[in-house]
Design a protein around this ligand. Structure first.
Ligand code: PLP
Length: 461
């Protein structure tokens, strides 16, 4: 058990997101004190390479002075401005313009949220409003993917397709539905490529048909499922799902909270498939975690339907005190400048080549069943038996072992509960940083493999 006064105070008072509260109290927090470049330092002085960019958000790395300056300058000039009552502020206006310029063509309108969960929550509200305004109020059912993550708001948690977010929270709600994820490695019929795309299209059609096409409002999907274990669908999947939604007259929402801002290579994952969703949700890389902010982008058609709907002389009752916060917006503007003029997006693309090569080689490691990667977003799925794809016995506590072993090797990544490793290094990663990351990752896998009970749990090592 760790002990110092901060840890004791944390234990007594601070409720942590997505944690087993009592287990957290027993273990004690790891207090992070500073960051520079790819590295984090904790209160005990350990320096660790962060291969997960905080929570897949610090895409520009830690300690980017120009972002700090932009925030400080905005705080001095105007720390807060409401967007209510016709007021506006320059950074929010300019950031909206920039997002429209960078995002897929047709997404012309921007609503700023405080993060990803309330971007999803806002998207749900806009969609409900849209169908009511279109005079089709029966269209209220919403469909998402198993293993999808759309945050943990009252409505978003039910669109999320992960049991941990449903347990004891009485979701999904009656209007929330799920179809299987395009998860090639564990597809029950072994489908991949075109066959898997066709399967997803058929599942969506069948679900819409079962609910009644006149009742379905929208389909939500991450272009690559992050928190579900980095599930990378075959190329062409996103476009096929978009086209199916158009055909069925349901709105398509691309949740690019993780995949946005260069995480998978292009500025947005939708760009790679020439897709314009009806709505797009953003957060994380928008400010690279330097300040809280998210956004809902929508097409002119969605916006105009709401704007010109019934009772349009009355206010549309969706808002937050901090929507379009000037400090977050100033941060976002500088972060976008670093991605583009600062070359960080291109740097991430360059680094992803070596990243992909080495992860591909790790597929041969005795612990590794599957490697999934696009750009600087990846998962390594560990299995006890490569031929049957059987996972390790949960009693082995593989995720905790991975985290602890990585820590002792100076590395932070995400160890999913099923024993998969999630990787999302900053796009600002240098050539040397990438080599250090890959070396520490390999050492961690080797060290876990060397643990006698892990080795003996492997079938045909
Ligand atoms: N949507 C996706 C795809 C996410 O990955 C996340 C967070 O990880 C969210 C929504 C929720 O965002 P936030 O944690 O900022 O509320």
């Amino acid at each position: 058990m760790k002990s110092n006064s901060l840890i004791e105070i944390d234990r007594a008072h601070l409720i942590h997101p997505v944690s087993a509260y009592r287990a957290h109290e027993r273990k004690g927090a790891t207090v992070l004190t500073s960051g520079d470049g790819m590295y984090l330092t904790d209160s005990q002085g350990h320096r660790l390479l962060d291969a997960f960019a905080g929570l897949w958000c610090v895409n520009i790395g830690y300690g980017q002075e120009s972002v700090v300056e932009a925030a400080a300058e905005q705080m001095r000039r105007l720390p807060y401005a409401t967007g209510y009552f016709g007021f506006a502020n320059e950074p929010a206006i300019r950031l909206a313009e920039k997002l429209v310029e960078l995002s897929p063509p047709g997404l012309d309108r921007v609503y700023f949220s405080l993060g990803g969960s309330d971007a999803i929550d806002g998207a749900v509200r806009f969609i409900v409003h849209y169908w009511n305004a279109r005079g089709l109020p029966s269209k209220k059912q919403m469909i998402a993917l198993d293993k999808g993550y759309h945050g943990s708001s009252t409505t978003g948690a039910g669109l999320t397709g992960l049991p941990a977010f449903h347990r004891q929270f009485d979701v999904p709600l009656a209007w929330q539905h799920h179809i299987p994820a395009p998860y090639a490695y564990r597809d029950p019929q072994g489908r991949d490529g075109e066959a898997l795309i066709a399967a997803s299209v058929a599942e969506l059609r069948a679900k819409v048909e079962a609910l009644g096409v006149d009742n379905v409002a929208a389909f939500f999907a991450e272009p690559i499922q992050g928190s579900g274990g980095v599930v990378v669908p075959p190329v062409g999947w996103l476009r096929a799902m978009r086209e199916t939604c158009t055909e069925l007259d349901i709105l398509f929402v691309a949740d690019e909270v993780i995949t946005g801002f260069g995480r998978t290579g292009p500025m947005f994952a939708c760009e790679a498939e020439g897709v314009t969703p009806d709505l797009m949700t953003l957060a994380k890389g928008l400010t690279a975690g330097y300040a809280p902010m998210g956004a809902v982008l929508m097409t002119e058609a969605v916006y105009a339907t709401i704007a010109d709907g019934p009772d349009n002389h009355l206010p549309i009752g969706h808002g937050q005190t901090y929507s379009g916060h000037p400090v977050s917006a100033a941060v976002g503007l500088e972060v976008l400048r670093l991605y583009t003029e600062g070359g960080i997006l291109a740097n991430g693309q360059a680094r992803s080549v070596r990243f992909g090569e080495r992860l591909g080689e790790l597929a041969a490691h005795p612990l590794v069943g599957d490697v999934r990667q696009r750009g600087l977003l990846a998962a390594i799925e560990l299995v006890a038996d490569k031929s049957t794809k059987a996972r390790f016995d949960p009693a082995l506590g593989l995720a905790d072992r991975l985290t602890a072993t990585a820590w002792s090797n100076g590395l932070i990544f995400r160890a999913f509960a099923d024993g998969s490793i999630g990787l999302a290094p900053a796009l600002s990663c240098s050539v040397d940083d990438m080599e250090v990351l890959l070396a520490r990752l390999t050492r961690t896998l080797d060290a876990v493999l060397d643990q006698p009970d892990v080795r003996s749990a492997i079938v045909d090592p």
